[in-house]
Ligand binder design. Structure first.
Ligand SMILES: Nc1ncnc2c1ncn2[C@@H]1O[C@H](COP(=O)(O)OP(=O)(O)OP(=O)(O)O)[C@@H](O)[C@H]1O
Length: 576
């Protein structure tokens, strides 16, 4: 999506309040334009010595015009500001929803801190585009054109001088402000870099402190803050230079009109009333001119930030680039939870295969363990089953159906997945549990918590209402693993994928988790990635993965006979 299309979409969505605000600002402009005309009549009436009644009428009219213009302007301002807030709220939710649905390959390359900046400070800068003059343009333009028409009518010679002075100033402002857009983009990129670095540093803060590296890590971030600072200072310099331009233009134009106008009154070319009206019109165009000058700079800055938002919003969503399915292929998973892989190949980066020619089959309701050295591709295999990524070659099927031919939503409803180091989400224990099973009752939540022996941990606090994460109870790695397991069991999936579910627990907790898995894997196809072979010796089948290939498959006893790698792993873990 181009920046223009995104902007058009935003404007189109808010066209009603924006048109109302534009309408109000046009009315405000008309009321303002009427004021010098009434003043002209007032002066003429005084010069002509007409009665007090006529003077009172003109004065009352003038007061009404002034008050009316102020009220209408305030209304337009409120409408614009509210619309700006609403447009930014919509833009923010668009970014958030799209980020959550980005394909994993794309997300792998994004930095979370930088994405957060796009929702935060970039969106705030874009708001300025609305409040900084987009709507005032209509009223301002009308005011400008109306005032210019009246000034032509009063004295074209003086108008030519005013336009000469104003035109020069406009050219200076446009030329200088072009740089603001580039500088804002660079400054916001530096802020994004800084946020991304800080985000990473906060998650690694214990390691950084333990290594006494706060100063060194902080110095890197200082350099990024410096980059943002220098860009900010350059923007400030340009703005400081442009700031006085509108005031200066008005003063020069005013002095010129006063001098030349005075001479023209002396020669009788125009009357005193005309000169006063001309000066009032000059002051009337000063406001839109000033607005236009500041709008040019704020819109330029907003466009710089908008470009960063556009870049994120125009990334393709998960599934958007899927190839079309061949005619006649199945779009529904069959009822059986049997899994098979046929010649599956996959690489995260071109030319660096992670899985090669992987084939296996897992029977419905059975338990399969995947073991193998670190980096051999075990977690990647689970990621392919979840369709976080699709295989580059070969087919993964459930009940004979290629999983890429069904919707990810359907597939992920069938599968429960506990990742290697599952996080606890912010919110309560209940909210964490209900993530995959929003309709579950409190009794069901309590039952899965009991199954993973977490009841005591939360009963000491506020039970299911216990707040987790930054503002609440912090959990140990093993407790987070058990909570994730409970969350997955609650959804009652037909297939359970567990990536090292006992990685960060002591042997007692390992037993608890294994017990929970065993009780809940009844009639459920379970695939467990495991480093500790002791946890999977009872599995119906064990797949041994080495360098992205299936080296051997069988039961524990069979593999001790047939696979040297498995025997080696078992030897090291004192299982033989
Ligand atoms: N998102 C990613 N982008 C690029 N490469 C990746 C990504 N995730 C994993 N890899 C690489 O793919 C290979 C397999 O990783 P994977 O996590 O599947 O191994 P694993 O067998 O589960 O390892 P471990 O037992 O240590 O968890 C590794 O070389 C790893 O560096």
């Amino acid at each position: 999506m181009s920046a223009g299309a995104l902007l058009r979409d935003t404007l189109r969505f808010h066209w009603r309040p924006l048109s109302a605000a534009a309408g109000l600002s046009v009315v405000g402009a008309l009321l303002s334009l009427g004021q010098p005309l009434v003043v002209n009549h007032l002066i003429e009436s005084i010069s002509a010595g007409t009665g007090t009644a006529s003077l009172t009428t003109w004065i009352a009219g003038l007061v009404l015009l002034v008050i009316g213009a102020a009220v209408v302007d305030a209304g337009a301002q409120l409408l614009v500001t509210r619309t700006a807030e609403s447009a930014i709220r919509r833009l923010r939710s668009t970014i958030v929803l799209r980020v959550l649905r980005l394909p994993m390959r794309v997300l792998d390359r994004q930095r979370s801190g930088d994405l957060v900046t796009r929702v935060g400070s970039d969106a705030t800068l874009v708001r300025e585009m609305f409040t900084g003059g987009l709507v005032d343009v209509f009223g301002g333009l009308l005011l400008f054109v109306g005032a210019i028409a009246a000034m032509v009518w009063i004295d074209p010679v003086m108008l030519a001088i005013v336009l000469g002075i104003g035109g020069t100033a406009v050219i200076v402002v446009i030329a200088a402000s072009a740089k603001i857009q580039t500088l804002t983009l660079q400054a916001q990129n530096a802020v994004g870099d800084l946020s991304a670095q800080l985000d990473r540093a906060i998650s690694a803060v214990r390691t950084i402190r333990a290594a006494n590296a706060e100063q060194r890590v902080g110095a890197d971030m200082d350099a990024m803050a410096d980059r943002a600072y220098y860009r900010g200072v350059r923007i400030a310099r340009i703005e400081a230079m442009l700031g006085p331009v509108s005031g200066l233009t008005l003063q020069v134009a005013f002095l010129a009109v006063l001098g030349i106008g005075g001479m023209r009154v002396a020669t009788g070319a125009i009357s005193v009333a005309d000169l006063v009206s001309f000066i009032l019109f000059l002051f009337l165009i000063a406001a839109p001119l000033g607005q236009a000058f500041s709008a040019i700079t704020t819109v330029r800055a907003a466009l710089g930030a908008f470009e960063r938002i556009r870049a994120t919003v125009s990334l393709p969503l998960e599934g958007e680039q899927d190839p079309p399915h061949p005619a006649g292929c199945t779009h529904e998973l069959g009822p059986r939870n049997e899994i098979s892989a046929h010649a599956v190949g996959f690489a995260y980066e071109p030319g660096r295969p992670v899985l090669t020619d992987v084939s296996f089959s897992i029977a419905d309701g059975s338990t399969t363990a995947i073991v193998g050295p670190s980096g051999s591709g075990k977690s990647t295999l689970l990621a392919l089953l979840e369709r976080f990524y699709d295989p580059d070659s070969g087919v993964l099927s459930i009940d004979g159906t290629d999983i890429t031919s069904v919707s990810r939503q359907q597939l992920r409803t069938r599968i429960g997945y506990v990742e290697q180091q599952p996080p606890a989400l912010a919110g309560t224990v209940r909210e964490n549990l209900l993530l995959g099973a929003p309709a579950a009752t409190d009794e069901e939540c309590a039952s899965v918590l009991a199954a993973v022996r977490l009841t005591d941990r939360f009963d000491a606090a506020e039970g299911l209402d216990t707040q987790l994460g930054e503002r609440g109870v912090n959990l140990s790695g093993g407790q987070r693993q058990r909570l994730a397991l409970a969350r997955t069991l609650l959804a009652d999936p037909g297939i359970l994928l567990l990536d090292e579910p006992t990685a960060s627990v002591d042997s007692l907790t390992e037993e608890v988790i294994q017990d929970a898995i065993a009780r809940h894997s009844h009639n459920r196809t379970t695939v467990i990635v495991a480093h500790r072979l002791s946890t999977v010796t009872a599995a119906d089948q064990i797949l041994v993965l080495a360098d992205g290939q299936i080296e051997a498959a069988g039961t524990h006893t069979e593999l001790l006979e047939t696979s040297s790698l498995y025997r080696d792993l078992a030897d090291r873990q004192l299982l033989t």
